[in-house]
Write a protein that binds this ligand. Structure first.
Ligand code: HEC
Ligand code: HEC
Length: 251
């Protein structure tokens, strides 16, 4: 009986913590919300335009453009960004949108890898994310993606850095609280790539995650590392049902 009560209380506590998923936009100021809502004012839209140009550009030893193989991105890439990261048969691992773009750049076009956060990498990510804007996030975490999902979930709960905090301590236990003049959100991945005022530039979700590592004075995982991919898979699973809103704007 005592055990049953304890269990019921523990369950109550668990459900109290798990509030409904909410986009980080809800925690931003009115100015940011207005910028994101207006495609003509949203500075990240410039990168989507550059991505549209890069989509048509012939590159590499194959002298092929993305469009030569994929046709109109509005059709072929619709929904793709909303279901990544996912198991990748070509690379034989879980990969992100950024990594799929790069796999095509290197293997299909015969061109050099696009460095992380470089203009072509961000422009193509932004352009392709835009093709899924408004679509609900949904990733598969069963099958071959399963082990990576569990690594991501574990990382989310592991204390890191000199501040000895895990993602969950800020984004689940302190969501809505203010930290250094910034409201802590649930840490949802819906906005990325996004334009961040603090950077005066657009960036990928990996850059945002690295900033969180730096914030707790932890060593930053490398771009495109297994840890960052696993965290992204877990984050998108956790955000399931929320709409992709990229390209977003954040403080
Ligand atoms: C010390 C508190 C803290 C910790 C720990 C922390 N973050 Fe953050 N994180 C922030 C703050 C502050 C922001 C910017 C405001 C916001 O959107 O929450 C942020 C932003 C984010 C965002 C962007 C949200 C959006 O809507 O743009 C994501 C995603 C995120 N964090 C994920 C993580 C992950 C994954 C971890 C663990 C590796 C982590 N954070 C650890 C404080 C933290
Ligand atoms: C020579 C043809 C070719 C070119 C050029 C090419 N791709 Fe691909 N792309 C493919 C093939 C084939 C696949 C599917 C691989 C597989 O089955 O996993 C693919 C897959 C993708 C995917 C993953 C789609 C999904 O459903 O997960 C993305 C994103 C992508 N390409 C983007 C690009 C971009 C961006 C460019 C230009 C920089 C490009 N591709 C150039 C052939 C090409």
């Amino acid at each position: 009986m005592k055990r049953a009560v304890a269990l019921a209380l523990a369950l109550l506590a668990a459900t109290a913590l798990a509030e409904a998923p909410r986009s980080g936009l809800a925690y931003q100021g009115e100015d940011i919300r207005r910028l994101q809502a207006d495609d003509f004012a949203n500075p990240a839209m410039l990168w989507a335009e550059r991505g549209a140009a890069a989509w048509q550009q012939r590159r590499g030893t194959a002298n092929k453009s993305c469009a030569d193989c994929h046709g109109a991105a509005e059709q072929s890439m619709r929904g793709v960004a909303a279901r990544l990261p996912a198991w990748d048969a070509r690379l034989q691992r879980v990969s992100t949108l950024d990594q799929r773009i790069n796999a095509c750049t290197v293997r299909e076009q015969g061109a050099a890898e696009l460095p992380p956060e470089s203009e072509p990498a961000l422009a193509l990510q932004t352009y392709l994310a835009l093709q899924s804007r408004g679509m609900p996030l949904r990733v598969a975490v069963d099958g071959p993606a399963g082990p990576v999902f569990y690594i991501g979930r574990e990382l989310y709960r592991t204390r890191i850095g000199q501040m000895n905090l895990a993602c969950t301590h800020c984004h689940e236990q302190k969501a809505g609280k203010t930290l250094l003049a910034e409201q802590i959100s649930q840490g949802q991945p819906t906005a990325w790539p996004a334009y961040r005022m603090d950077w005066q530039a657009p960036g990928s979700i990996e850059r945002r995650l690295r900033a969180c590592f730096l914030g707790v004075r932890a060593e930053m995982p490398a771009y495109r590392s297994e840890d960052l991919v696993a965290l992204q898979l877990y984050l998108v699973w956790r955000a399931q049902g929320l709409a992709l809103e990229a390209p977003g704007v954040r403080r």
